[in-house]
Design a binder for this molecule. Structure first.
Ligand SMILES: [Zn+2]
Ligand SMILES: [Zn+2]
Length: 229
């Protein structure tokens, strides 16, 4: 069956969210516990990082995550690289990994909170980025690059960034790139349960036959890449 199963079966993984360590309103712990209550399997906290030292943010996130290890949710620690000069993205992504980021995502070229042109391409070419968040009007060739370099393209559940979801899905399907549905939640009540993620994916043009791959298979593979089998 292509349709995702019961919403309570801990299959939902979300790779993009924020806590009060950047511009979110809830503590990391409250975000993770909120995701656990929504039957998520995993939630990545990816607070914004630009050119500052990544260590203070990541030390704090790792400490908070350690307190939840072994519980009902996999607490993934990461960053969203935001408003960097594109030529710095690869270096900062690697620095964030050295400082303990398990996942690195990049704030892509969304229509509403623009970043320098070339951000998408630099993220896709960096070799150190897992997810290109809200890529906006992905250019020709970018989805193929995402596929070649194993970067997942994001279907955004955040209203301001969701305007180009249809375009992103079309390009990803054409190129065979992986897609994930992320909440980009800045508060606990913005987290997205599996059933809503399914509707957002369908609304963005993911065919029903592809839903399982977008909602479960690709996220599972990413969790395994981060945490091991
Ligand atoms: Zn963003
Ligand atoms: Zn974000």
């Amino acid at each position: 069956m292509a349709q995702a199963r019961e919403p309570g079966d801990r299959r939902r993984a979300d790779f993009h969210s924020h806590s009060l360590l950047s511009d979110g309103v809830a503590s990391p712990r409250a975000m993770w516990e909120g995701a656990e209550a929504l039957a998520h399997r995993a939630l990545a906290l990816t607070d914004h990082l630009s050119l500052e030292d990544p260590a203070p943010l990541l030390d704090r996130l790792r400490r908070e995550a350690r307190a939840l290890e072994g519980g009902g949710i996999v607490p993934i620690v990461g960053v969203e690289l935001t408003r960097l000069p594109p030529r710095r993205i690869a270096t900062v992504a690697r620095a964030a990994r050295r400082a303990g980021a398990e996942i690195v995502i990049v704030h892509g070229e969304t229509l509403m909170e623009p970043v320098p042109p070339g951000t998408n391409r630099a993220a896709l070419e960096s070799g150190a980025v897992d997810v290109l968040a809200h890529p906006g009007l992905l250019a020709p060739g970018d989805a193929a690059l995402a596929r070649a370099n194993s970067v997942a393209l994001e279907i955004s559940g955040r209203r301001v960034h969701s305007l180009t979801n249809g375009h992103v899905v079309r390009e990803a399907l054409r190129a065979g790139a992986e897609l994930v549905v992320d909440s980009d939640a800045h508060a606990v009540d913005q987290l997205i349960p599996l059933e809503m993620a399914r509707k957002i994916a369908l609304g963005a043009g993911v065919p029903p036959t592809r839903l399982e791959r977008v909602l479960v298979t690709a996220p599972d593979r990413l969790v395994r890449r981060i945490r091991g089998p």
